[in-house]
Design a binder for this molecule. Sequence first.
Ligand code: HEC
Length: 93
Amino acid sequence: MPSAEVLERGRVVMSYSDCFICHKESDKKLGPAFSDIAARYPMNSSYIYILSQRIILGTKGMWGNVVMPPHPNISDKDAEAMVIYILSLREAD
Ligand code: HEC
């Protein structure tokens, strides 16, 4: 499990960014629900890296035809904290 400190950092940096304009925690909005993203990708260092780079560089084609714009002002560290927070929303299976 990630530390409470990293989870809190992820939650806070997301609330100061534009994420919740397009995403909700458990319902689809313009982008996929964070809980659906958490269900698709396991929490490990490869996915934390890949998804954090997609937040920074933008991404498309993984969930449909809507594009996620790039976030060039988000640092690697903050993007990784965001991904750790999102992936922590995975429900126990
Ligand atoms: C303008 C709308 C918009 C904003 C703002 C936005 N997203 Fe997204 N996001 C999307 C869409 C649309 C997708 C699905 C793209 C696709 O199909 O590949 C997505 C996908 C994702 C994914 C999954 C990527 C994958 O490869 O499966 C993550 C993680 C994510 N967003 C996190 C964030 C975070 C964190 C923020 C805030 C910094 C954010 N998004 C802001 C629209 C947005």
